[in-house]
Design a protein around this ligand. Structure first.
Ligand SMILES: [Zn+2]
Length: 219
């Protein structure tokens, strides 16, 4: 896949392989990507156990939840979804999204929510309707990192106000402030044009956003 193809494709599996080959598909990033996919279909997660599993998965990504708690949330979600009578049309994207055991449970929840009977009735094209949005989320999480070696940001050279703003956007989900982060980064010697442009773009940002992660030193 070329950089130009990456910017427009909706082939989620190909994108994941690209990220994997570039060694940037950390468990945390994959998990946050899946959580963002789940949050997009939040209204279709009609069972409390499913929503709980997503929230616990998110806290697990932040290191706030133990493995047994994560495991219990997953098993509760599985028990709920045992009652679904859903046709499985295409498992491929979730099998790829859920690669590795750590990110598995959120991928499973996302899949089953997409194939929930209620979801299918209201959205007969199923998961395919979500693909373009999921591809955009993947571009937010990985950016151009599969093709470029971004300088590791030296936090000593980053303005304290920039770091504070990035931290607040991340912790409080104030993604509408990303353009302000772009303005702040424009004053910084460590920011690249791509980072500034990403902050100012009108695309969706989520936890795991590649620019926020660079500024905050997360992987
Ligand atoms: Zn972003």
């Amino acid at each position: 896949m070329t950089e130009q193809e990456w910017l427009s494709t909706t082939d989620l599996c190909a994108m994941l392989f690209q990220a994997h080959d570039a060694h940037i598909d950390s468990d945390r990033k994959l998990r946050l990507l899946l959580i963002a996919c789940c949050r997009r279909i939040w209204n279709n997660l009609s069972h409390p156990q499913l929503r709980a599993a997503v929230k616990i998965g998110e806290r697990y990504a932040e290191g706030e939840v133990s493995d047994p708690e994560r495991s219990n949330a997953f098993l509760s979600a599985v028990r709920v979804t045992d009652n679904f009578n859903h046709p499985v049309r295409d498992w491929t994207w979730v099998r790829e999204l859920a690669k590795g055991t750590v990110a598995h449970h959120v991928g499973y929840v996302s899949l089953l929510a997409l194939f929930d009977d209620d979801w299918l009735k209201s959205n007969p094209t199923g998961n395919f309707a979500e693909r373009p949005f999921q591809a955009d989320l993947m571009r937010d999480v990985f950016g151009l990192l599969p093709f470029r070696t971004m300088r590791k940001i030296d936090r000593r050279r980053t303005n304290a106000a920039t770091r504070k703003l990035a931290g607040e956007i991340y912790s409080k989900r104030l993604f509408r402030l990303m353009p302000a982060l772009g303005d702040s980064l424009a004053e910084s010697p460590v920011a690249t044009d791509e980072m500034i442009a990403h902050c100012r773009a009108s695309t969706a940002h989520v936890r795991g956003c590649w620019v926020l992660d660079l500024v905050l030193g997360k992987r």
